[in-house]
Design a protein. Structure first.
Length: 291
């Protein structure tokens, strides 16, 4: 059994991106510039945006964080987005989710110019991705693909079982792995799936992205399977300084011995997601997806 080291892969890719950025700047271009909009005071969101800002610095991007108060109206957020859409100094931007309840996330996502949608959440990018056209890929699915590539894990003809049908993880990764080049046979499971345990047990590759801590147990996993754990549930802990710890969707200790590969939580998929955002921002600066 091999533990997939997302931190190591992310560190290697970060160096590659940094080298490409220096080349880009040395050839006379402006530094790629990523903007993040953070509305309100959600603790986890502040931490994530902090990590994104730090990573921008490490790869040589310019980064700006627009911190807006919790009471920001939907209208003024949409105005801010309209401004960023046409700002020639901004290559890409993201609106950190979740948003306060009085703001429609869907309206916000659809207001972003697909050319600057480095989260890959706009329906134009989703549609292009599903059609196999160049698109900004959403961070978590792209991070998973990078891990599979890095560890040279065979996907062709293998049965991949995805648990969870969210727009940002389950559905896109199920689609991507079924495409040419990855060539998996994919089953997408959800809360209404019958005989879920049997379906998961038939998976050569299992992607757990349902958001239920330690849901996947050893009896659900085939011997030699590849397990990708996307879960990040915060639970109270008296063993950490912060007072909480992260649990994945997989019961790691009992599942790991049965696997060929497994991603830990934390340190598996998580560190890869920011790398995908950096890749997309560099693509935006180079106008690789939309000319
Ligand atoms: N909240 C949790 N993950 C993400 C992400 O990838 N992008 C944005 N914008 N918000 C998030």
């Amino acid at each position: 059994m091999q533990i997939i080291d997302g931190k190591e892969v992310a560190a290697n890719l970060r160096k590659e991106i940094a080298a490409e950025v220096e080349q880009w700047v040395a050839s006379g271009h402006r530094r790629p510039h990523l903007v993040a909009i953070l509305v309100g005071n959600d603790g986890a969101s502040q931490t994530y945006v902090g990590h994104k800002e730090k990573c921008c610095g490490e790869v040589g991007f310019r980064s700006t964080v627009l911190r807006l108060p919790e009471e920001t109206t939907e209208e003024s957020l949409l105005q801010e987005i309209a401004r960023l859409n046409v700002d020639p100094e901004v290559d890409g931007f993201i609106v950190q989710l979740p948003l306060p309840k009085h703001i429609s996330e869907q309206k916000v996502i659809e207001a972003i110019d697909p050319k600057k949608d480095v989260d890959g959440f706009h329906p134009v990018n989703t549609g292009r991705m599903i059609s196999g056209l160049p698109a900004y890929l959403p961070a978590t699915p792209d991070g998973i693909l990078e891990l599979l590539k890095y560890y040279k894990i065979e996907t062709s003809g293998r049965h991949c079982v995805v648990i969870g049908r969210s727009n940002i993880v389950g559905r896109p990764i199920a689609n991507l792995l079924s495409q040419k080049g990855w060539d998996c046979t994919v089953t997408l499971c959800h809360s209404r799936t019958k005989d879920l345990k049997d379906v998961v047990r038939s998976g050569d590759i299992v992607i757990a992205a349902l958001g239920k801590a330690e849901f996947v147990t050893a009896d659900m996993v085939k011997e030699g399977a590849v397990i990708v754990d996307v879960g990040i549930t915060r639970v109270p802990s008296n063993k950490t300084k912060s007072g909480w710890k992260l649990l994945g969707d997989v019961k790691f200790d009992e599942v790991a011995p049965k696997c060929s590969y497994i991603t830990p939580v934390p340190g598996g998929v998580g560190p890869m997601t920011i790398i995908s955002l950096m890749k997309n921002t560099l693509k935006a600066a180079r106008k690789e997806i939309y000319k």
